[in-house]
Design a protein around this ligand. Structure first.
Ligand SMILES: *Cc1c(COP(=O)(O)O)cnc(C)c1O
Length: 459
């Protein structure tokens, strides 16, 4: 599979930079030759397990060798071979303004000149926490940390510490990062109690975690500390909450005194200015954030009701700490990103999400490739194959009937056409401010050729 990702460069628009991008110069200095994806990935595999620092990047779900990114700008990434892709990965949603947005890079550069980490409080972290609270009123207090995973694991500890209960409820097909207590495998369709979702998670770590079907309000009891939910599920394709689902969770949590935790690591500041809580008008007790709030730098946050949040140390009994938490570069980048995200921008993103979905749908329909691209606000999902018909999935049982092989074929065909999708059938398409109408048209044209190629090869 040597030539799957190199693409045919002759028909690429010629707005590539004249000089080699910075990343490549640095690699040349480091003596990395030859500059091919194959060679560099093979070398990475000799030092980094699987060659990647986050599993999905290894292309295991779609086959082939990943491209290694040299640099990126706006809607584009360039790999180390100089091939340009229109990028719909956008760091799995961390990037919303486009790559290397001038406001964000300027804020990072300015912050870096003042030092990169202090181990003392800063005005910058205060300002980012205020910016989050301004947009999401349920977050009366906000604690910053370094990743979405750290946010969900802190929310687990906080919910348990605050309520004095151990039991957690999560939904099949939702994803909350690499947090042991939330890495429980769900059975199909029915509520199941904690089986470890991966090796290395002891049964005891998930013994108190119930996995229940998405979009059905479970009946809780007074052992439950918290219900964790992706208010729009964006890690099984994109599945909207059924009417009444989030309201039902709110009422059921209130009935038994459990906390409702919205995992807004993806939806926060992407779905609307106030995230899913604003769109659906349901208030969470705790909210976890990540991705967009760091402008592409490592960040996470937990926000929530003052009384709950002040159970965190140093005020309360639930421990939390982090050497780099509230990092000045990450908070500067996050403030710059949020500052650009005005109400008009979300209107624009809604229109672009619809346009992207329509372009992909039309392209696949023209080729007779069975696929659907559901839109939930600014998020676009994708499902392939005949199993679903025209009905968009409402839970993981249905989502996983997507044809993963067909997706892999479409993924590679798109890559050959110069469009990078996520290398996994259950990821969302992340449309951002850099995906102009012109770029969306180019994606549509690429998809028309890619879908035709997939159908040609499908015998
Ligand atoms: C990405 C994601 C996480 C984990 O965030 P990281 O920064 O990757 O640790 C948690 N929850 C949801 C819903 C996510 O999409």
């Amino acid at each position: 599979m040597t030539d799957q990702h190199t693409g045919d460069q002759t028909d690429q628009p010629d707005d590539q930079p004249d000089d080699q991008p910075d990343g490549i110069e640095q690699l040349d200095d480091a003596g990395v030759t030859p500059m091919t994806n194959e060679a560099l990935f093979a070398r990475s595999c000799e030092v980094i397990p699987g060659g990647v620092n986050s599993s999905i990047r290894a292309f295991k779900a779609v086959g082939g060798t990943p491209y290694l990114v040299a640099h990126a700008e706006g809607p584009f990434v360039w790999d180390v071979e100089g091939t340009r892709y229109i990028d719909l990965v956008q760091s799995y949603g961390a990037i919303i303004l486009g790559h290397a947005h001038p406001a964000v890079t300027a804020a990072i550069a300015q912050a870096a000149r003042s030092g990169t980490s202090y181990g003392a409080p800063t005005p910058g972290e205060m300002l980012l926490a205020e910016a989050i609270r301004d947009r999401v009123p349920s977050c009366e207090r906000v604690r910053l940390m370094n990743s979405g995973t750290e946010a969900t694991s802190t929310a687990v500890r906080l919910a348990r510490g605050y309520t004095g209960r151990d039991r957690l409820v999560i939904f099949h097909g939702n994803f909350h990062g690499a947090t042991d207590a939330l890495l429980a495998a769900g059975g199909s369709g029915v509520a199941t109690l904690g089986l470890p979702g991966t090796a290395g998670v002891p049964a005891s770590a998930v013994a108190n975690t119930m996995v229940v079907p998405y979009n059905v309000v479970p009946e809780l009891d007074e052992q439950v500390a918290a219900v964790f939910v992706e208010p729009v599920a964006a890690n099984m394709g994109v599945v909207p909450p059924a009417p009444g689902f989030l309201e039902g969770l709110r009422a059921e949590c209130d009935r038994v005194g459990a906390l409702l935790v919205f995992d807004e690591v993806i939806t926060g500041f992407r779905l609307t200015r106030g995230g899913a809580q604003a769109k659906y008008d349901v208030r969470a007790d705790l909210t976890t954030f990540g991705k967009v709030i760091g402008g592409g730098l490592p960040i996470g946050a937990v926000g929530g009701r003052r009384e709950i949040m002040e159970t965190l140390s140093p005020l309360g009994k639930v421990f939390h700490a982090g050497t780099l938490a509230g990092n000045p570069l990450a908070t500067a980048a996050g403030r710059a990103a949020l500052g650009e995200l005005t109400g008009d921008v979300y209107m624009e993103l809604l229109a672009r999400a619809r346009q992207l979905s329509a372009n992909l749908r039309d392209a696949c329909a023209a080729a007779g490739l069975p696929a659907q691209f559901p839109v939930v606000g600014t998020l676009v999902g994708m499902y392939f194959g005949d199993a679903l018909g025209n009905a968009a999935p409402t839970n993981f049982e249905q989502a996983k009937t997507t044809d993963e092989q067909l997706y892999a074929a479409f993924f590679h065909a798109m890559l050959r056409e110069g469009v990078a999708l996520a290398p996994g059938a259950y990821e969302a398409l992340f449309v951002g401010l850099a995906h102009t109408d012109d770029v969306l048209d180019q994606i549509g044209e690429a998809a028309t050729r890619a879908a035709a190629a997939v159908m040609r090869d499908r015998t």
